[in-house]
Write a protein that binds this ligand. Sequence first.
Ligand code: SAM
Length: 276
Amino acid sequence: MAKERLDVVGYWTEIKLQILQDYAKAYAQVLQNQHSIKHVAYIDGFAGAGEHISRESGELIAGSPARALSIQPRFSHYHFVEMDAARAKRLHGMGDQEDVTVYQGDCNEVLLQEIFPQCRYKDYRRALCLLDPYDLNPNWEVVETAGKMGSIEIFLNFMIMDANMNVLWNKPESVPPDQAQRMTKFWGDDSWRAAAYRTEQGLFGPIEEKGSNESVIAAYRKRLKEVAKFKYVPEPLPMRNSRGAIVYYLFFASQNSTGNKIAEHIFNKYRNRGVH
Ligand SMILES: C[S@@+](CC[C@H](N)C(=O)[O-])C[C@H]1O[C@@H](n2cnc3c(N)ncnc32)[C@H](O)[C@@H]1O
């Protein structure tokens, strides 16, 4: 795959990669010391090309799969899912290791059908799953299944910029139905409407007023706890572009209090960094 087809990534993507790497390292260490646990998987649902080009330095930098592979102690198995054929091929080329499986396909299917069934709580298996899409993805079913299994913790990007640009318009009646459907698939039902709009009494009857990003994000966080049954969901980290605008919120969700403390500690290091 040509270098030109790699993503050029900015400061906040490099921060995200560092957060994931720091957490994955701590997670692997904590679970290695839990002798009842037989298998600890690393799952990358939107694995990417394996490398990126840093906007700041122009250098190649390791993507999330390569970072996970570099961590000691090693995970029991690495599952990398990537939709794009050229990128999946590139991931295959990263090292033909027995403990790595690359899947070319839609993670909304591959995770539910092939990977999550290998991570059951009752089999003393655990997994750390990164869900790092470009858009409003994955489907809610993936997130809810991970939460209810009790054995899988997740990092998830909530792409609020995609939501605001394409779905959460000031005039909700003008939103194309296929865009609203994307939001419903991501959210799990259409209760996002109540989270995103408040009804005000206008001169000629009730009107819907768009609420804040914060109210949408707080409602999604509540769903992760109450519907997907994750015990711990710290306040997500707002991630920005070079102009300082929030592109997505990085969520962490887990059943484990130690994992939660580690993730909160790492998030707090980067909170309120503002524009770079
Ligand atoms: C933001 S990039 C991933 C970056 C990577 N996690 C990293 O940090 O190095 C998102 C990737 O997801 C892939 N993708 C998009 N939709 C997908 C899907 N439904 N299932 C699997 N991969 C998908 C894209 O081709 C792209 O390479």
